[in-house]
Design a protein around this ligand. Structure first.
Ligand code: ZN
Length: 485
């Protein structure tokens, strides 16, 4: 008994010492704050001009359709707006048009060096004017210091800022050190092949790129609970995505004489099991650990203590953080959510067949095949068929310590001094991964400020971007384009 008590006391004492070390380490982490303005300068006239250009881009409803049904006329109209607003680019560039997916090249001083590419997409998700929009979705209304409408953020603001940056530089007689490319696809939002075909064309022509910059991360506020500072989050990896269909078959019949184990009952039990216990492994991949260590100095004390001392608190953080933040949960594991279902066509008919569809986001630590096997084993218990509709695994990870990433970080630090900069693990998808075959550095980052309400409006009503954020974005892209040797 005494030995047990002694052992218990030792464990408590050890934990107290470790806790003390963690507290001391936390107190030694300098608490950083950045309520500073950016170091970027622009005139009110420039801010107005950029907002008007973006507004014109938003006014063209380049809504993404089902594959093969794209209305290319809308993209012709959109490209007419690009030609009108960015004439110097079109005067100077070699333009490659792959079924309206554009690739423009500005020849650099030394084409033997790997070029750099800035990209985005021309299409937007649908936006029915259902009364929930303060300004009609394709009005491009400039009001309340914002450009409003579908695509104002995702991602016509990215395109507008990239193109305007290059337009201004060309107007100043700039010739890039290396070949500089702009690219924009017409079907990113429906997982189309525009970016794939553009990247394939580059590969076929032997073109390698030092880095590729796409949408993805941004300069955001409210990045994590307990955080009220601006964070420049540059996506270096994105999770995979897949649609998986689970079908239950059984004897249909009249609802007046039911039997147990109908297709819907088995599907429900399956969904319930997955909902109760996510079957995917939880793990801190190195990029997430790095991200938490970058964020820690900017957090309030309790969060700083936890995230700044993952060597001690990993199990606790792994348990607690997902409870308060769905985003943090997505950092740690593959996620799954059921999105569609179907069964009988009438309330008094037991279906002979019913289905549910799940959307999963495979994490870096578990590829798609492994995720499907885990789900198939559970589905088998309920006599369900498992079918992969479409999907892919997570992207490759861009090395956060590569020279190119360090260059982007340096540029961001010069423009947004003392802001937190961190590599970022994206739960959503972009076109960027399709360029992995032509570049080691696929960077998903638009250097523009996004407020929490604007984050929430992505793919929803009342999408907008601040006009001063857009102006800052133009200047940061200029800085990046101009100084890369
Ligand atoms: Zn987008």
């Amino acid at each position: 008994m005494k030995i047990l008590l002694y052992a218990l006391l030792c464990i408590v004492a050890l934990f107290a010492v470790l806790l003390l070390i963690a507290v001391i380490r936390t107190l030694l982490i300098k608490n950083k704050k950045c309520d500073k303005k950016s170091a970027i300068e622009f005139t009110p006239e420039e801010e107005r001009l950029y907002a008007e250009k973006l507004s014109e881009m938003v006014k063209v409803p380049t809504v993404s359709a089902q594959p093969g049904e794209t209305d290319l006329k809308r993209f012709e109209d959109f490209q007419a707006v690009l030609r009108k607003n960015f004439p110097k680019i079109f005067e100077t560039a070699e333009v490659k048009d792959i079924d309206s997916n554009l690739l423009l090249k500005i020849k650099g001083k030394d084409s033997s060096k790997n070029g750099i590419l800035f990209m985005g997409h021309q299409d937007v998700v649908p936006a029915p004017d259902d009364g929930t929009w303060k300004y009609p979705p394709f009005s491009g209304e400039i009001a309340e210091g914002r450009v409003n409408g579908r695509g104002a953020m995702d991602c016509k603001s990215t395109l507008c800022a990239e193109w305007q940056a290059l337009e201004e530089l060309l107007g100043e007689g700039f010739v890039p050190e290396r070949d500089l490319y702009l690219a924009c696809s017409v079907n990113e939002e429906n997982s189309g092949d525009g970016a794939t075909r553009t990247a394939e064309w580059l590969k076929e022509n032997g073109i390698r790129l030092a880095f590729v910059m796409d949408e993805g991360g941004a300069v955001v506020n409210g990045f994590m609970p307990g955080m009220s500072t601006w964070v420049a989050a540059a996506g270096v990896v994105e999770k995979g995505t897949a649609h998986i269909k689970f079908t239950a078959k059984g004897k249909g019949g009249h609802s007046s004489t039911p039997v147990k184990g109908t297709p819907i009952a088995r599907l429900s039990a399956f969904v319930s099991e997955i909902e109760k216990k996510n079957p995917f492994r939880k793990e801190f991949i190195p990029i997430v650990t790095l991200m938490f260590s970058r964020l820690a100095p900017y957090l309030s004390f309790p969060f700083r203590l936890l995230l700044g001392n993952l060597w001690l608190f990993k199990p606790l953080v792994g348990f607690a953080v997902p409870l308060v933040s769905p985003m943090a949960n997505a950092f740690l594991r593959t996620t799954i959510v059921f999105t569609m279902s179907g069964g009988s066509q009438a309330p008094n008919v037991i279906p002979g067949e019913a289905y549910v569809v799940a959307n999963i986001r495979p994490s870096v630590q578990q590829n798609l095949e492994e995720c499907i096997e885990i789900l198939r084993k559970i589905a088998d218990k309920y006599d369900l068929e498992t079918e992969l509709v479409l999907g892919h695994s997570a992207s490759r990870i861009t090395d956060p310590d590569s020279d190119e990433m360090k260059y982007i970080e340096k540029c961001v630090n010069e423009c947004y001094p003392e802001y937190c900069f961190t590599p970022y693990y994206m739960a959503g998808g972009t076109d960027c991964r399709k360029y992995e075959s032509v570049s080691d550095n696929c960077i998903r980052f638009c250097p523009m400020k996004i407020y929490p309400d604007q984050m929430a409006a992505m793919h929803a009503s009342n999408e907008s971007i601040n006009t001063d954020a857009l102006a800052e974005g133009v200047k940061v892209y200029k800085h990046i384009m101009k100084n890369y040797k």
